[in-house]
Write a new protein. Sequence first.
Length: 181
Amino acid sequence: MISAAEIASGPFAGTGAPVVWGDPRSAGPAVRIGLVCARFNGDITLALLEGAREALEACGVLPENISVTWVPGAFELPLVARTLAWTGRYQALVCLGAVIRGDTGHYEFVAGESAAGIQRVALDTGVPVSFGVLTTENRQQAEDRAGGAAGNKGYEAAMTAIETADVLRRLAEVKPGGEAE
Ligand code: INI
């Protein structure tokens, strides 16, 4: 992923064209974030939730502006995310889950519908909803991505949600044909 400095000095630097990007660390204490976490494979999703908490703390989001809602499995994430999004209380939502192929014959359905549903919630409501759902071949791969050798995808999903919310906030300030105010 390229850095903010690389974006700022990119091909349109100094041309007058507004170039918009988000900065998760500029989110500030007022940003309200809803976390939705699946109980299925709960040891993994708990580690994802801890990663998300660390990211929100690093961005200065206040604990009282964070809510955590648990759902049975990854399949249930979209409906509950949608309900939270329509409350209008959140600048962004983070969905966390772990779908492991070895555990189920209907892996494709659970993983696919979860992903498609989460994207649909974001598009239908205009509220960023990040996809912090692991879809892995086996348990080891899931553990690696939940605070193990491959980092913590919950941390990344929370950062992504806040960054996207910041993009939307900044976009609202860009006047067509002019600089951001
Ligand atoms: N839910 C998950 O979050 N991860 C899984 O790996 C999983 N498996 O393996 O089946 C899973 N299934 C439950 C599913 O999310 C729903 O809760 C269930 O189908 C009822 O709607």
